[in-house]
Design a protein around this ligand. Sequence first.
Ligand SMILES: [Cu+2]
Length: 325
Amino acid sequence: MVALCAMSAPGIAATPLSYLRSHGAHADPVKTLTWALLVLSIVVVLVITGLVVWGIARSTADQGDVISREGNGLRFVTAGLTLTVIALLGSVVWTMVVLARVGSPPAEPKLTLDINGRQWWWRVRYESDEPGRVFVTANELHIPVGEPVRIKLSSLDVIHSFWVPALAGKTDTVPGQVNTTWIEADAPGVYFGQCAEFCGAQHAHMGLRIVAEPRDKFEAWLREQIAPAAQPNDAVAAAGQETFARRCAACHAVRGTKAGGILGPDLSHLASRATLAAGTIPNTAGHLSAWIADPQHFKPGTRMPAVPLTGSELEQVRAYLATLN
Ligand SMILES: [Cu+2]
């Protein structure tokens, strides 16, 4: 068992969606329980295998049947049943305790996010009592480290499932219903999430990045996100803004401009995101051009059509989007 754990350690580090590693008050108790049940199951398999092998060896040696011999068998049945009942009852009680602990956050969250699952990306709305602190973004969200964050989950189309294994187990996003969960990250870093309920062709390309950072860095990020989009500072980007308004604004919003579409992700601060299309490709100049030119190539079936643009229009739009940091 020790060897098994040692072998899986490097594997765990290399798997961002591993649920055998946790970072925070929601995921920790679940992870401990998971390991305990895993170890218990391994022990049970080993003990049973050992007993069966021992029984076979003995019965062959004795030229007789262990079970059928007077009185002997019943002791095994009683002991087996007792151990089984203890183990099962123990895991039921432990499971109930864990469920009670993760059911609600340890403190009242100061931050609430409204996350809307869509085929095949995540719309994220930061809520606040102050209207000036409410804004919408997509696929990448930042949270302050060491604080519980409330997550309200809904869906526009089909059932998706919000899953960030290192921070919290799965919660479905169901059309017409709001499910609530919470996350808390106890260490700064990037935590990966993934839609965990099959939702159509591009289900596998519905990733989520959660950046946990200290309060001051988080506040700085928040201020940048709340601000309206940057205005183009050269002729190419200005031409790109024009083209964008004509060809893309029906689906995309850029705050502070007349682009106000809601079918696609808000692009006001697109350049601040590390990836495009829900973690499908990195947000580099080359990938951005390629995505705009042919989104169906990267995500066949995605709700963004290939919009016919001339070479120079494409370059202008890309240059414009690159200014939206
Ligand atoms: Cu899905």
